[in-house]
Design a binder for this molecule. Sequence first.
Ligand code: F6P
Length: 332
Amino acid sequence: MAGKRIAILTGGGDAPGMNAVIRIVVRTALSYGLEPWAVYRGYHGLIRGEMELLNSRSVSGIIQRGGTILKSVRSEQFRTKKGQLAAVEQLRKNEIDALLVIGGNGSFAGALALEKMGVRVICIPATIDNDIACTDYCIGFDTAVNTVMGALNKIRDTASSHDRVYVVEVMGRDSGAIALYAGLAGGADVILMPEVPYNVKAVSAQIQAANAEGKTYNIIVVAEGVKPISGVRGEESPALQIGRYIREKTGFDTRITILGHIQRGGAPTARDGLLACKLAHHAVELVYQGKSGKMLGEVDQVVKTFDLSYALAQEKQLNQDYHRLASILPSI
Ligand code: F6P
């Protein structure tokens, strides 16, 4: 397929390591004699034809940068048939032979819609949420976990100085993966995740019991997707409600910290950088081989290829070992 055009876009929330993927895709594509084209601002830009040819120098000095040089937009327009038809028309007009999509579930669903309309697509999972099935890790997740762990270490300093309870809310959308991994690695006393129902009274009681035994401070990690105490999603952050409840019930000095978008930035960790290299290189090989409708993943450290429709239909499971540990360790 030498001389053919391959377009690259990043979609959804940015994730550390996206730039590392872009760099390898561009350089591998060039080494295969393919023309790498950038699509700026995800599907939003694709609809508008925001595209340009890249070269090896276009991706110099970006390996360590968080974010995405291709930018990203959550496109409402692309959810409509009209928007998708406009995207297909842009790809046809610019003589693009294959589209490489770097992103999460929403971006992959968009890629599948395009595939059904005759576009050749290959997807690379990159989201801090780690909520895509058929891969142990999504690019960006490990960096976010390290960011949260670093924050928990700092919070512990001040929590222990002031004998306080800290309720720390982390991202993840409907996934508790960041909370679980960072909570375990960062020594949280309680980890609340959307996948596991919780009882705020029991959490409160656990903290009081630990206090009665001499524990002077506590760190509770709450994934943003947990059910709020009120049962009404989106009204108020679950961490605020949980923190308020604990303060009122226990009388302990309690603070709430919502880590927010700092979890999305920063230089990728070595794990994310290595995953980016592997998946990006493999993705271009698939394009070169004429494949389409595929997603790449890493399972037990081996790169694997899955049908996109299959991967999207699977539900991502929490790591069972870590889940088990999270229910045992804090009470030891
Ligand atoms: O999907 C990544 C993510 O950071 C989620 O964890 C979070 O719920 C969401 O994006 C936030 O989106 P936005 O940046 O559009 O506010």
